[in-house]
Design a protein around this ligand. Structure first.
Ligand SMILES: Cc1cc2nc3c(=O)[nH]c(=O)nc-3n(C[C@H](O)[C@H](O)[C@H](O)COP(=O)(O)O)c2cc1C
Length: 536
């Protein structure tokens, strides 16, 4: 029997409240900790080269459409694209435990996102369907189109990227709220992939026309080859191209494509699992039937950036701060302004990935920004939503615009350090920073019409989060995504009483305090040992 009737019910029941967290096991079941790496047994591995010649482009260029000359499509450029988006960024060690980090962040470092490529023939290699294995930095070739490749892969101007989620990886720790985290992680992965594509002068966009179910079929994710309880579901298809946007109708045949017969099998991730049926129900409820791309309202705000840092350096050094030093977390106003401006949707990377207009706005707790009064602020990323937000928020808010060129409004001055911490599940990183924020997404009216937009709200929030991570690094600060927050406490802070706007993510930026007990190792120091090695 269904426990939820619509996707709004899922959201409601998975809110953390100060007196009760969303349902989860409540302890860490270390015996069953899921393997963060997927392997396909019986697939053929194609080792990818690691980058030896960083591209010279500046970080600021990533945001500016057509500012980087497109690289040719070949195995080494595809390898660079994957290494700088979903590849490993470092290993950390503390005592006997060792864990890897990746270019893309992930809630709890659990990495539910998997990546598959629909590849045309490249470098003498035939068209194929491959899984990217970030541990070995290789493609696991799941299927080769030796006889006849699908129409889509004959164009030779691009390739497909399908992102999937393994819910159990997040549910192991977070229980029912895990579906939200898998979708945040998709958003971050989309951002990481989009920036990596931009570095090579490539486009990357989400193709909403293809229904979710047909992607599962094409990847064989509905087969009985899946490990029970470790369900993996396709979230989106993106098209990467070095020659402009995909042509109209290019993806029409994909839904009817005969799925290949796969001979490989995915590895088991945990000895045993705990079932959280509400997650499958939620995923089913927001399965997309396919819809048309419809982007409007791109901002014309200028994206003048001062950054002189190399793009690859910024991408590689992205990390989450575990703690901030409040005494050195003060940020200059120019950096603050640039960080916020970078989150505005423009016609360039990364927000051109999305297929619908902006639905997410920022509400900031400004603690330590030079020349800016501390307090609660609204940053309205899409002018159309101003009236609705203004109406939903407390009638006592000032809505005082800070600068003509920036849609930032002072709502209420004051010291919000304690409020920011307590709304973020009492995490000190939300109050010790220069500023922290909550992301409010259009909710009831949107989801009643189109429940499949629910994941999109988290993708947009994740994309904003990815921008904030890189911006923080570029300005000499550090960021951290915050998935643990008390939803309705934030709504109360803003005086919101209906569900037209709902809090979907938090973020914080400040000056990090490094944990001196941790040792750091290079990302692929293990490769010589593992390549050609075991299957799981
Ligand atoms: C969606 C999401 C939610 C997160 N929530 C929290 C959080 O509530 N508290 C926290 O300290 N870190 C949080 N993080 C940071 C992750 O723990 C971090 O990304 C992960 O450990 C990997 O480390 P890295 O970002 O340095 O690569 C979150 C990250 C993401 C992407």
């Amino acid at each position: 029997m269904l426990k939820i009737e619509n996707i709004q019910d899922y959201h409601q029941r998975t809110k953390h409240q100060p007196e009760r967290y969303a349902r989860s096991l409540g302890y860490m079941d270390w015996q069953n900790q899921p393997n963060p790496f997927r392997f396909y047994k019986n697939s053929k591995r194609l080792d990818l080269p690691l980058i030896t010649d960083p591209l010279p482009y500046k970080y600021a260029s990533l945001y500016v459409a057509r500012s980087i000359k497109p690289q040719p499509l070949n195995l080494s450029s595809i390898a660079r694209f994957l290494e700088l988006s979903l590849g490993l960024s470092a290993w950390k060690q503390y005592g006997a435990s060792e864990w890897s980090l990746r270019m893309n962040p992930s809630s709890g470092n659990l990495h539910p996102t998997e990546c598959y490529l629909l590849l045309p023939g490249v470098d003498e290699f035939p068209a194929s369907i491959a899984h990217y294995n970030p541990l070995l930095h290789c493609l696991e070739i799941r299927y080769r189109f030796d006889d006849e490749e699908p129409e889509l892969l004959r164009h030779g101007t691009g390739f497909g990227v399908v992102l999937t989620s393994i819910f159990w990886r997040e549910a192991w720790k977070y229980g029912e709220r895990a579906f939200r985290y898998t979708q945040h992680d998709i958003g971050h992965a989309l951002g990481a992939l989009r920036f990596s594509a931009a570095l090579q002068g490539w486009g990357l966009r989400f193709i909403p026309e293809v229904p979710d179910g047909s992607l599962d079929r094409i990847l064989g994710l509905t087969d009985d080859t899946q490990v029970p309880g470790e369900t993996e579901r396709a979230d989106c298809l993106c098209w990467v191209s070095n020659a402009g946007a995909p042509a109209d109708g290019m993806f029409e045949g994909l839904s009817e494509m005969n799925p290949p017969t796969y001979l490989d099998t995915p590895n088991r991730l945990s000895p045993s699992i705990v079932d959280w049926p509400v997650i499958e129900e939620a995923a089913k409820m927001c399965e997309s039937p396919g819809y048309r791309r419809q982007v409007a309202e791109m901002t014309t705000e200028s994206m003048q950036k001062r950054s002189l840092h190399n793009a690859e350096t910024v991408i590689r050094q992205r990390r989450s701060a575990q703690a901030f030093d409040p005494r050195s977390s003060s940020m200059d106003f120019t950096s603050f302004r640039e960080i916020l401006t970078a989150t505005l949707p423009t016609a360039g990377a990364p927000f051109d990935v999305l297929a619908r207009s902006t639905n997410v706005h920022l509400f900031l707790f400004v603690h330590r920004v030079e020349g800016l009064e501390s307090g609660l602020y609204g940053f309205i990323r899409n002018a159309i939503d101003f009236t609705s937000l203004n109406r939903s928020c407390s009638g006592t808010f000032l809505w005082q615009r800070v600068e003509k060129a920036l849609p930032l409004y002072l709502l209420q001055p004051g010291d919000y350090t304690a409020a920011a911490e307590s709304v973020s599940c009492h995490q000190a990183i939300a109050g010790d920073s220069a500023f922290s924020l909550g992301m409010l997404a259009r909710f009831d009216s949107l989801l009643t019409e189109a429940p499949w937009m629910y994941p999109n709200l988290f993708w947009e929030a994740g994309l904003i989060g990815q921008v904030l991570y890189l911006e923080a690094e570029d300005k000499g600060f550090r960021g951290t995504g915050i998935g643990c927050y008390f939803d309705d406490v934030m709504h109360q802070q803003l005086g919101m009483t209906d569900k037209e706007w709902q809090d979907v993510y938090h973020f914080t930026i400040g000056m990090p305090v490094e944990d001196q007990r941790l040792q750091t190792k290079p990302p692929y120091h293990h490769l010589t040992q593992l390549r050609g090695g075991p299957d799981d």
